[in-house]
Design a protein around this ligand. Structure first.
Ligand SMILES: Cc1cc2nc3c(=O)[nH]c(=O)nc-3n(C[C@H](O)[C@H](O)[C@H](O)COP(=O)(O)OP(=O)(O)OC[C@H]3O[C@@H](n4cnc5c(N)ncnc54)[C@H](O)[C@@H]3O)c2cc1C
Length: 376
């Protein structure tokens, strides 16, 4: 490591690269962070910032819960602009069939130490008075929270810089591998360890990574204080997030500290441009109004899109890339990268420094999906 200009060069200053920079510098390594744009400008700027425990698989649960606890531990140090609020999630069940899922989720979470509360139809309406009447019930997960992702990334990068990290913005990477990073302007950086944290663009830098771009739309409203108190997600969200083909929308709304409401969400494969698709947007808003009719009367102040980096098994790629001893991946977080950024950074740096990770790393190793090899 001593012969290299840096111990570690991280490509990508989104929430994942930022968390990695924070963690590497915490362990005393010399770090450079390179981004072609500004800190937190990619999917991190487009995301919802829901810090949520999910249980599509044991491995997804392990990483989301571990990461959520890391966020909770970090909370006292987070600046005000990160807007961390532990508002809790309510998974909304429309009918008896979805109530079965409420019970299953309650049991699963309960067995693993995550507090929850089952709500009947009345209890649900008492907590969220603007939900349509007649919903069957829901599951409150009170330890889930929300934050403002670009400022969280900014905080982590700043902390890494205070420990000596070098931040290079506006520097586009053309190629990376074998300990070298070649910038588009001809400059070259070298390091014993290089980390591809380029989000949905990671594939451009490491051919063979199995990720696909999955586009999402979000809308933010004007200020309507007290309209919404928890992050509300329909249980049908799980079905739509699982769809591999076709476009999907689901009811997913978030209260912001400002009184604004963030309305999501959509999922599309094969849509590579950033434009807002009015048909998807209308579908998403219609879906939201089926759950909360009052949303229809609100003013929207902005609508945008972003790209999730999706893998086929819905787990991120965290660890060494086969065929290049210097190259590590931290990407493929799909719709959970804000939540799982801190856990990702911990288990990546644990793998590199030989420390014992708090959770098993095998489910996230890139070797499970490697199709080819990295090259410079
Ligand atoms: C609509 C939507 C809603 C979401 N909601 C949530 C949520 O509620 N909770 C949650 O946990 N997650 C959510 N996500 C997912 C989350 O936003 C992402 O998983 C996360 O932001 C990924 O962070 P990242 O650092 O890996 O990627 P990014 O934030 O995309 O960062 C990658 C960085 O790499 C840089 N880069 C790329 N190529 C190059 C290059 N060649 N040279 C130099 N720099 C380069 C880019 O400029 C960028 O800054 C959502 C995503 C979307 C789209």
């Amino acid at each position: 490591m001593r012969n290299a200009a840096y111990d570690v060069v991280i490509v990508g200053a989104g929430i994942v690269g930022a968390a990695c920079a924070d963690e590497f510098t915490r362990r005393g390594l010399r770090v450079a962070i390179v981004d072609r744009d500004i800190v937190g400008s990619g999917a991190t700027a487009a995301g919802m910032g829901h810090i949520v425990v999910m249980d599509d698989s044991q491995a997804q649960f392990a990483l989301t819960r571990y990461s959520q606890r890391l966020w909770q531990a970090l909370r006292p140090e987070l600046p005000d602009d990160v807007e961390y609020e532990q508002c809790g999630t309510i998974w909304v069940a429309r009918d008896e069939e979805e109530l079965t899922e409420v019970q299953r989720k309650r049991d699963y979470y309960g067995n693993l130490g995550v507090p929850t509360e089952v709500l009947d139809s009345r209890g649900l309406r008492e907590l969220e008075t603007n939900l349509r009447e007649g919903m069957a019930g829901g599951l409150l997960v009170p330890e889930d929270g929300v934050l403002y992702p670009p400022c969280a990334a900014g905080f982590l990068v700043k902390r890494a810089q205070e420990r000596g990290a070098n931040l290079r913005l506006g520097a586009s990477v053309a190629q990376m591998g074998q300990g070298r990073i070649l910038l588009n302007d001809g400059h070259e950086l070298s390091a014993e360890i290089i980390v591809n944290a380029a989000g949905a663009c990671a594939l451009e830098l490491t051919p063979g990574i199995q990720i696909m771009k999955r586009k999402g739309h979000l809308v933010i409203t004007d200020r309507y204080p007290e309209f919404l108190r928890h992050q509300l997600v329909e249980l049908g969200y799980l079905k739509s997030a699982h769809l591999v083909d076709g476009d999907s929308v689901a009811f997913n709304v978030q209260p912001r500290r400002t009184g604004q409401i963030l309305i999501g969400s959509s999922r599309q494969y094969g849509a590579e441009n950033k434009d807002v698709d009015s048909s998807i947007l209308s579908r998403m808003l219609r879906r939201a109004q089926q759950f909360m009719p009052g949303l229809g009367a609100m003013s929207a102040v902005r609508t945008w899109t972003g790209f999730r980096a999706a893998t086929s098994d819905k787990l991120p790629l965290i660890g060494p890339w086969p065929g290049d001893k210097s190259l590590f991946l931290a990407t493929g977080h799909e719709g959970l990268g804000i939540t799982t950024s801190l856990g990702t950074a911990r288990i990546l740096v644990d793998q590199i420094t030989g420390a014992k990770p708090a959770i098993p790393v095998e489910p996230y190793l890139p070797s499970r999906s490697a199709l080819g090899h990295a090259h410079v």
